[in-house]
Design a protein around this ligand. Structure first.
Ligand SMILES: [Zn+2]
Length: 680
């Protein structure tokens, strides 16, 4: 999930030593809050936050005044202690900022987050600390200590700590400018909600409950917004071609023209930062510590992926055109605003998969219990309720045991409420450190089923549940490291979506699904429906992959050239013509409203990169059995438990016994894997 990923990793960025992307905030003390009286809970939280900041400030002074000899004990251990405190403080505030029911407390938490973030930036630019770390000889240390040392130094250098004072000041100012431009870019997207007004007849084809929620105004028209709650149903169900076209035109023009100049400035500032740090482009800087390692390798991945996905996308498109011709015999091409509508028709008519009819099999509590059973079965753990206080009565709390040994804890905040974060994400809550503190994570979702055990989930929500649980397991099983900076999901960003996307595959497994997908009459989901689901899923994957790779190319290319040398629109149209099988929709400005251009900068490709790896890892299960406990334990040991203590490519090779390749992904598209070599 997009937000899930960016939230989870924002934390790594925030608290790790990846200074190039760390926000540098204004020097605002948390204590200088608004004059109004805070709720007692918010007041207590603020005091705790001020306490932590004081301890961290003191810790930073201590780290900057370390005296030789510089050793693992005298430098790396205190740095680790400092990072544990910083990570735990920042994760707790990040979580509360997103989910706490007390609005005062959410505000306080937001300010704390900015303060912790600034401490992270200062750590990453601390010259004395850098010199002390660089002087530590880890030649005879354990491999994980060597890795920690390597990753820490790399983070320092990518932050520019080894530059002269004047350059460091320039870097800090550029980072500050980048943060502010990014915030302005995001804010414009968030706030620019557009509306169209159409006659009620235009709503033909939309679900009855949707139409019922659209009152006719005094002018005899209904208003439709560019929010998801309107766009998804309209694109999927509206019979009116003109309605879909017009809404998409508005949707894809949001934040235009304001964001055009902001994006140009953002790209320029990033380019200048990269050049200041000795890189050709920002894409090279931001990939330096990823699996790809360079913009060139990311670009060749994009092109290889495109070559593979293109035949499948063409095949999908031919089917859409055939379907369109049943409605309009003169049609010669499928337009962007027609794709979702035609896909839904094909799924319903040719695969008999009706999302509305499937929901009965997915009551929230059965799904949850079924997922717990699956995880217990595969990994030999038990999950028991944890009797503890939480921030809201609806929050569930659990403990994970291996035999009699308590190994992890987690919260699940699964249902919507006013003021709560609206996407799905796994939030780190306490970093797991071997023999010292348990890993704690929190799943935050927005599923139905809060009060009524009969409330049912959408099939797509079950998929989200599995996805986020994949992140959770990575954090929990990986939370037995000695070094906080290597614990759990603290791995390369472009690997982090692999365990989550892999777990999604179990939702197409008949045995797994039938163990919990049971309706109110006690009937499990029928065999033939599971089979149709599996058949239907391949359809559309080509076009989806093709779209994702166009976004990836856009994000990389914008950051891989001097922004003074190209026009945003011209470059987007060139890439769209090359990567996308459908024509550009006139009068749309996608670059102005693709929020990932801020959050992900050059590396949107990470979704598809992780997906290729996820399917490669899953191919072992497909071959040896989805309920194979021995294999699951091997997966846990090789992939999840090491966290970031080894490069991700090594973890994958440890598990597969070979380097990863694109073959499994090619098979998933139904195209020949011939020529699908390693992901290089
Ligand atoms: Zn994710």
């Amino acid at each position: 999930m997009g937000m899930a990923f960016s939230r989870a990793l924002a934390l790594v960025l925030l608290t790790g030593l990846i200074g190039c992307a760390s926000p540098a905030s204004d020097d605002q003390s948390v204590a200088d809050g608004p004059e109004k009286t805070l709720s007692p809970e918010a007041q207590a939280f603020q005091e705790q936050c001020d306490d932590n900041i004081a301890r961290l400030e003191q810790g930073l002074v201590t780290l900057e005044n370390l005296a030789p000899p510089f050793t693992v004990d005298s430098v790396l251990n205190p740095l680790n202690d400092f990072q544990i405190l910083l990570y735990d403080s920042a994760s707790r505030t990040g979580l509360y900022e997103a989910v706490h029911p007390d609005a005062d407390l959410r505000d306080v938490a937001g300010k704390c987050t900015a303060a912790y973030s600034d401490i992270g930036t200062r750590l990453s630019l601390s010259r004395p600390l850098y010199e002390a770390v660089a002087a530590v000889d880890v030649g005879s240390a354990e491999p994980d200590t060597q890795r920690f040392h390597h990753v820490t130094l790399q983070g320092f250098r990518l932050s520019g700590v080894d530059r002269d004072k004047k350059t460091r000041e320039k870097i800090r100012a550029l980072n500050d400018r980048i943060t502010k431009l990014g915030q302005a870019f995001d804010k414009n997207i968030l706030e620019d909600v557009r509306y169209i007004e159409v006659s009620p007849q235009e709503l033909e084809g939309l679900p009855e409950d949707y139409i019922a929620g659209k009152p006719v105004g005094e002018n005899g028209k209904v208003r439709i917004s560019t929010r998801y709650v309107d766009t998804i149903p309209v694109y999927t169900y509206a019979h009116s071609d003109e309605l879909r076209r017009e809404l998409r035109q508005q949707d894809r023009s949001r934040a235009y023209p304001e964001n055009e100049q902001i994006l140009e400035d953002l790209l320029s500032a990033r380019h200048e930062l990269a050049q200041t740090l000795g890189f050709d482009t920002f894409a090279d800087l931001v990939t330096a510590d990823k699996m790809t390692g360079s913009a060139g390798r990311a670009q060749s991945f994009i092109d290889d992926f495109h070559d593979l996905v293109q035949p499948a996308a063409r095949r999908d498109l031919d089917r859409l055109l055939a379907e369109l011709k049943t409605l309009d015999p003169d049609a010669t091409q499928v337009e962007r605003w027609q794709a979702m509508f035609l896909e839904e028709r094909i799924r319903r008519e040719q695969y008999d998969v009706d999302a509305a009819k499937m929901r009965q099999y997915f009551p929230y509590r059965k799904v949850r219990d079924g997922l717990f059973d699956l995880v217990s079965h595969l990994f030999g753990v038990t999950i028991r309720p944890w009797d503890t206080d939480t921030w809201h009565p609806a929050v569930e709390a659990y403990e994970m045991y291996e035999g009699d040994k308590l190994i992890a804890r987690f919260y699940m905040d699964m249902h919507p409420r006013e003021g709560k974060y609206q996407h799905a994400a796994a939030f780190s809550t306490q970093v797991g450190i071997r023999d010292r503190q348990l890993p704690i994570s929190t799943l935050v979702c927005n599923f139905a089923g809060g009060n009524n055990p009969d409330d049912v989930m959408e099939f797509s929500e079950v998929r989200t549940f599995l996805h986020e649980f994949g992140h959770l397991l990575h954090a929990l099983f990986g939370g037995q490291q000695r070094w906080a900076a290597l614990s759990g999901i603290a791995t390369e960003w472009d690997f982090a979506e692999a365990p989550s996307q892999m777990l999604e595959e179990w939702m197409y497994d008949k045995a797994t699904l039938q163990s919990f997908a049971i309706n109110a009459e006690g009937e499990p989901i029928p065999d033939d429906l599971v089979e149709r689901l599996d058949a239907a899923r391949q359809f559309g994957e080509g076009l989806t992959g093709n779209l994702q790779i166009f976004y990836s190319a856009l994000s990389l290319t914008y950051h891989n050239q001097d922004p003074a040398t190209f026009d945003l629109m011209d470059r987007m149209l060139e890439l769209e013509a090359h990567y996308s099988p459908m024509p550009h929709q006139d009068d749309t400005y996608f670059y102005a409203n693709l929020g990932h251009l801020n959050g992900y900068s050059a590396i949107y490709y990470t979704y598809m990169w992780s997906k290729v790896i996820a399917l490669d890892l899953f191919s072992e299960f497909a071959e040896q059995g989805l309920r194979n406990r021995e294999l699951a334990q091997r997966y846990r040991k090789a992939i999840l438990e090491p966290g970031g203590s080894k490069p991700a490519a090594t973890l994958i090779e440890d598990f597969l016994g070979r380097p990863y390749s694109m073959a499994a992904f090619a098979r998933s598209l139904g195209v020949s894997p011939a020529g699908a070599g390693p992901v290089e």
